[in-house]
Design a protein around this ligand. Structure first.
Ligand SMILES: [Zn+2]
Length: 470
């Protein structure tokens, strides 16, 4: 009887222990956050000094596994001496750096907290594709997607990952990536802030013990993320990809967990998502260490909503416009471009029509609002002083959406001025057109106003939305 009671209580105790850990990690995150990494774009030379410093930290060992095509070192940092080996690799895709930042936060945690290492050894490869990271691009220096090179192993970076996995015979593997912020959780307007996958190791998508253990860890991580980003966890399609690392590493006997960091509202540098990585990866490590995952039923894995890709930055609904004297009503999906060097933000029309199955980080209903493309300010400008004298917000209220220069001065400062800049030439070409284009062309940067009773509600300038309702 006594034995039965113990068997019954151990999993519950372990689970509450995990909850406590994740709550304290979340609360104390700032203590561990690596202060030298503050934004998504950083390079090998930014993390090298951090790795070098770890060599002097007690319990840490740093090994150079090899060099990238452009001769940058690829390091593995190991901590612990337990018999269960956990391998974590990040930035196989050079522009997917969220988990890399979290790894350096995890190092700061592990400098002070070794208890979690009970029975396990951790091995981190923080930046597998430093050449891609150098230019913040997905692929490596010869243009290969490392995640399609698991079998041919043409790139040194791929060989390094395979050799690390094989030499460790890792029990668990964390395959750390970023996904587009336009992924949502199926049939909701919520971004898939984190998506998971226990990759299949064959076309039949069989579930053996290796894959089952990955699913169990994912179920636990999902429970944790749900507390901080409710409804914002997606499950990746488990279609087998025979060339990918995740699928093959699962096949080679390492329980592999794919983590994709997606989008979160008002988090362009993904610093909150970095925090979620920090909390959930450490909680998963603890789970492996104390084996709290073992008793979990994998039934809950399929209950995690699927990933979908149906988000826009801004979705407009019910935009009514007239073209060649006929009326049309459409929805618009607009994605904002990355802020350009002069801080002038723009956006593109990605889709148009009935977008009722799509969602937006921001949704604006145009019903009852009057659409018009606005006028050009009548005075032709010839220098920046003329431009700086204008109050662009007032111009918008008066129905002007653009200003016209005879030629655009080189030193013009457009910073955050909500007005479209045109040249005399642009206007002349427009007038020569016999059949004008319909407004709101797909792929264009749209400029228009939405008003009601003469009052301005929204101005959209080169695809960027200015809200006048507030
Ligand atoms: Zn990736």
């Amino acid at each position: 009887m006594k034995k039965l009671l113990i068997l019954f209580f151990i999993p519950i105790l372990a689970l509450s222990q995990q909850k406590r850990l994740s709550e304290s990690l979340f609360a104390e995150y700032e203590t561990y956050k690596e202060p030298s990494l503050t934004q998504r774009e950083f390079t090998h030379s930014d993390i090298e000094p951090l790795i070098k410093k770890l060599k002097t930290e007690e319990g840490f060992s740093v090994r150079t596994l090899g060099k990238s095509i452009q001769n940058r070192s690829i390091s593995m940092i190991s901590i612990g001496s337990g018999k269960t080996n956990i391998l974590l690799w990040s930035q196989m895709h050079g522009d997917e750096s969220t988990a890399t930042m979290a790894i350096f936060d995890i190092f700061n945690y592990l400098k002070k907290n070794k208890k979690i290492l009970n029975d396990i050894t951790l091995h981190f490869i923080p930046m597998l594709n430093p050449d891609g990271a150098e230019v913040f691009k997905r692929r490596n220096a010869i243009g290969i997607d490392l995640n399609r090179d698991a079998l041919r192993l043409q790139s040194p970076e791929s060989k390094i990952l395979k050799a690390a996995r094989d030499s460790l015979q890792a029990d668990f593997g964390f395959n750390l990536h970023d996904q587009s912020k336009y992924y949502n959780t199926e049939k909701t307007n919520k971004p898939a802030t984190i998506s998971y996958l226990a990759p299949a190791y064959n076309y039949a998508k069989s579930i053996n013990k290796t894959r089952k253990n990955a699913m169990k860890i994912i179920i636990q991580m999902n429970d944790i993320i749900q507390q901080y980003a409710p409804g914002q966890v997606g499950r990746y399609s488990d279609d087998f990809e025979p060339r990918a690392f995740g699928d093959n590493i699962q096949k080679w006997g390492t329980s592999t967990i794919l983590i994709e960091s997606g989008g979160y509202k008002n988090d362009p540098e993904k610093q909150f998502i970095r925090k979620l990585n920090f909390v959930s990866i450490l909680a998963a490590i603890q789970s492996i260490s104390i084996k709290s995952y073992e008793n979990i039923s994998i039934k809950k894995y399929d209950e995690i909503p699927k990933n979908d890709r149906k988000l826009f930055d801004v979705k407009f609904t019910n935009i009514a416009f007239t073209y060649l004297r006929k009326n049309y009503t459409v929805d618009l999906g607009i994605n904002t471009n990355k802020i350009e060097s002069n801080s002038y933000q723009t956006g593109l029309i990605i889709d148009k029509g009935d977008l009722s199955t799509y969602y937006g980080y921001q949704t604006i209903d145009g019903k009852g609002l009057t659409f018009n493309i606005g006028k050009a300010y009548p005075k032709i400008l010839s220098n920046t002083t003329d431009f700086e004298k204008l109050n662009c917000k007032e111009l918008l209220q008066q129905g002007y959406t653009s200003v016209v220069f005879d030629s655009i001065p080189e030193n013009i400062n457009l910073t955050k001025q909500p007005i479209k800049i045109m040249t005399v030439q642009d206007v002349v070409i427009k007038r020569e057109n016999t059949v004008p284009n319909s407004p709101l062309q797909l792929g264009s940067k749209p400029t228009f106003l939405l008003t009601k009773g003469g009052k301005l509600f929204y101005a959209v300038i080169d695809g960027f939305v200015y809200d006048f309702t507030k």
